[in-house]
Design a protein. Structure first.
Length: 70
């Protein structure tokens, strides 16, 4: 499924995005309790695995979960 092979923090990121697509990385880091660097790393992994994508710019864009369970 969508979340196979993800670590705890990555699952939390996916949950946060599900609940608030406009959430900032800063806010994610604070809510999960990990560093900004970790967030960047996890987000890169999630993008590489094609689980999330960024739509729009940094300022007013949002995160989207990619539904690839076809």
């Amino acid at each position: 499924g969508l979340v196979d092979g993800l670590v705890e923090s990555q699952l939390r990121i996916v949950e946060l995005i599900k609940n608030n697509p406009k959430i900032s990385k800063k806010s994610m880091a604070e809510q999960i309790g990990i560093s900004h660097t970790s967030i960047d790393k996890h987000i890169k992994t999630l993008k590489d695995k094609q689980i999330i994508k960024r739509v729009g710019g940094d300022r007013n864009g949002l995160w989207q979960l990619i539904d690839n369970k076809k």
